[in-house]
Design a protein around this ligand. Structure first.
Ligand SMILES: [Zn+2]
Length: 466
């Protein structure tokens, strides 16, 4: 509660800039142990741990439990072997606002670091089954760290994921994944909450973990646009079976292994099934004697799923993890990550307007110009980035903001301000951009004086005759 009060105070002082760090972006400590055919990922959030372990084909949930040797007060991370046979995820749904598949990912390769923010939702049933609300932040953080681990292992360390929240969803959670995804989607019972949390955090995608998966591990839209960057997964699969990273991989544009997709034609070059002309499919390997498969490959592809996505340029335990031009999710990731990561802007990464430029007077009003480009990219995949500008006028002598003017979105870049204190007082102006993902203030302009111009008297006309 103390932290909350401090955060609110900061938010008020800096309004409309968001508090830093925002309460929905937890500090995550991560520990990774990786060796031949072994991997352990442990996260710690606010003193609570959660983890995943893969050990020579066996997998374990690392659960935060009371230590029986310490009179039940201390907690420990305890390994539980997962013995269930995971059901497959469901076939992904082609998003109504799906973007066209990237024609040539290599042509637009961009390795600039990007962060994909995920609004992470869970139900009351999930929290109860995981030992209470206190465990949920670590549970959620683990999902994104497993994505991070997967991308790092696959030569894509420049792409990172951050799970925000987590937020408790009012979803009833008694049926199946279809109902959960419908609840999140446009027209669904949770659509308003999904939208509200986007405004709060500026996240790019949303994921909902449920307790009643209805016998499947996950469901999501494929090659999503901003409105369908949604997926859901069963609590027992999201981390243990890497179904969270799998479903968010569909949002990214990845598909399953070719046989699962229905491509059974044998490739003349690789000698295994391929989808003619496609590169964006999951992969299992080694071919012929599979022991491992990527997060996007179905159980039918053989082997145990590990934290890899297909990439023919990455070798895992001596085997290439993809086939050029046939099984290469990494190419899709390189091309799509910059797009997905900009579905919305999170506080702190919201575009900063340039300093207001020229100031002057026009028909008795002082105006200031705001650079609308390149900060105002108008839309990213249909979502307006900047909806409004404000300009604050600060008196240079004492730093007091005397006027804050709502400029709307001036097409010509001019923002007219009221002349409350005309004369020789020096001012600086600072423009702030405001949008669905947050707001940000740019640097101040150079000093200037507001000017009062007496409008020229109207030209004498003929007297009006009534
Ligand atoms: Zn899938």
């Amino acid at each position: 509660m103390k932290r909350l009060i401090v955060t609110l105070a900061l938010a008020l002082l800096a309004s409309p800039v968001y508090a830093d760090p925002p309460p929905w972006a937890h500090d995550v400590k991560k520990t990774v142990t990786k060796d031949f055919d072994f991997e352990e990922v442990v996260v710690e959030v606010d003193g609570v741990k959660a983890g995943y372990r893969y050990d020579h084909g066996r997998r374990y949930d690392l659960l935060w439990e009371r230590d029986p040797k310490a009179l039940g007060l201390r907690h420990r991370l305890h390994a539980h072997e997962v013995t269930k046979v995971f059901p497959a995820e469901r076939d992904p749904i082609v998003a109504p606002d799906a973007l066209p598949a990237v024609a040539d990912p290599l042509a637009v390769a961009d390795l600039t670091p990007v962060v994909i923010d995920v609004n992470y939702f869970y139900t009351a049933q999930v929290a109860a089954a995981q030992g209470g609300e206190a465990n949920m932040a670590a549970f959620a953080a683990l999902t994104c760290e497993l994505s991070n681990q997967t991308y790092a292992n696959s030569g894509l360390g420049h792409i990172t994921w951050r799970c925000l929240g987590p937020f408790k969803a009012a979803y009833a959670d008694t049926t199946n994944l279809d109902d959960a995804l419908a609840w999140m989607s446009a027209g669904g019972g949770g659509a308003a909450d999904i939208a509200a949390k986007y405004v709060l955090t500026g996240a790019d995608i949303s994921h909902l973990v449920i307790n009643s998966g209805g016998g499947s591990c996950g469901l999501g839209y494929i090659n999503s646009g901003t409105g369908t960057a949604l997926s859901t997964s069963d609590r027992t699969c999201v981390n243990s079976n890497l179904s969270g990273p799998h479903e968010m991989g569909h949002n990214m544009g990845f598909h399953h292994d070719p046989a699962t997709v229905g491509c059974t034609t044998i490739s003349p070059t690789s000698g295994v099934p391929y989808c003619n002309g496609s590169y964006n499919y999951g992969h299992s390997w080694p071919i012929g004697a599979p022991k491992w498969r990527s997060i996007m490959a179905y159980p039918g592809a053989g082997g145990t799923r590990i934290t890899q996505i297909s990439n023919p340029n990455v070798i895992n335990n001596g085997f290439p993890t993809g086939i050029p031009n046939e099984r290469d999710n990494a190419r899709v990731a390189v091309a799509r990550a910059p797009i997905v990561s900009q579905f919305r802007f999170s506080p702190g990464t919201f575009p900063v307007p340039r300093p207001p430029g020229q100031t002057g007077v026009l028909t008795g009003r002082t105006y200031v110009t705001i650079a609308l480009s390149p900060d105002d990219l108008a839309t990213f995949n249909g979502t307006l980035v900047i909806t409004n500008y404000t300009v604050a006028f600060r008196r240079v002598s004492d730093g007091v903001v005397t006027d804050t003017v709502n400029c709307g979105k001036p097409q010509n870049g001019n923002c007219t301000i009221p002349l409350t204190v005309p004369g020789t007082v020096l001012y600086t102006a600072t423009a702030a951009a405001i949008g669905p993902g947050g707001s940000s203030a740019g640097p101040p302009s150079g000093p200037f004086t507001k000017q009062l111009v007496t409008p020229a008297p109207a030209a004498p006309g003929k007297p009006t005759v009534h």
